[in-house]
Design a protein around this ligand. Sequence first.
Ligand SMILES: [Zn+2]
Length: 417
Amino acid sequence: MNSIKTWLAGIAGLLAIASSLLAQNVQVSPKAKEIHDSAIVIDTHADTPQRFLDENFDIGSVTPTTEGNIDLQKAREGNLGAEFFSIWVAPDIYKGHFAKRTLDLIDSVYEQAARHPDQMMMAFSAEDIVEARSGQHKKLAALMGIEGGHSIEGDIRLLRDYYRLGVRYMTLTWSNTNEIGDSSGDLDKKDVKHHKGLTPFGKQVVLEMNRLGMMVDISHVADKTFWDTLAVTKAPVIASHSSARALSHAPRNMTDEMLRAVAKNGGVVDVNFYSGFVDEKFRLAEEAQKPAQDAAVAAALRARREKGLPVDYMDEEKIQREWMAKIPRPPLSALIDQIDHVAKVAGIDHVGLGSDFDGVSGALPAGMDSVADLPKITQGLLDRGYTQEQIEKILGGNVLRVFREVERVSRQMRGQP
Ligand SMILES: [Zn+2]
């Protein structure tokens, strides 16, 4: 009896492995590939600039997916047309030097484009994206978005300087509350001074972004900041990397009410691929291990500081990866569920992709290891009955529309024809 039981358990184990392998190896059909390759694919959030700067990573080199999610070869394989590179300044590490770090990260994106002029170009408008993807020799359009208004150091002139340097969106807050408004990331922290939403300065910032033609990004903000921003902005907003709270109860995910409000505003919600924002089971497992994980990170950074070694974000990232790998990855279908949910609640014109690649310590749904896997999303949507026209909107069409509208509002506010 026992040997039969062992034998059956063995078979069951093999079946489980086979089915998880199958789930990871989504086959992209020729039809899906054709649809995907004819679309302008835009990802509104990737944290690769940290790698450019701190790891001296060259986007022209080929990255093992255990280390990074984006390089030029993978971008070609996944037909990635435009990437909004995130200019994210770790507030704890760069306290007192936010602007310098911001400028260094901006420089790192330009330097990559300068190294690979045949494959990559800086882009500053919706038309630049279209141009980069036209003709025989398509290039990756590189755009920049600042993640976290602390980068402007409470100075609206810096906001204008960043615009002049090519930054085309700014996330009003990262996980830290700042002069602009409250973040969803520290609402439970008693030592943080909160503002009950968007501050008077924050209102000024939103209107100045509208005037400049910089997209207002409401990812990461507290719910109250979100509602205040929608009441103030004269242009459509984006959520550069946010998923739906109905499917994963992360406070920085968006409620259905918020999704509908972005639709009414004419904006777009670009779904975040991070497993914890996509899948509730993963989120709960991450929450459970967080105290031990945070302690391990803090101890490692302390040890480096005590030895007099420099500390950058990549030191932290290495440890985070090890911890994330302890939790089983959700299936790729969980990501498609998210896109499907936003499409159903907000409408097909208000959903896009905001991967958060290179910013989630490898915690991505099974089979979604890099930008080369983006065609699997097209396959997943096709399998659920989405038409080519609808898929093109999700892959990038909606973001292009919002970008153009933001540019139009800017011209109007500046009194230009
Ligand atoms: Zn983020």
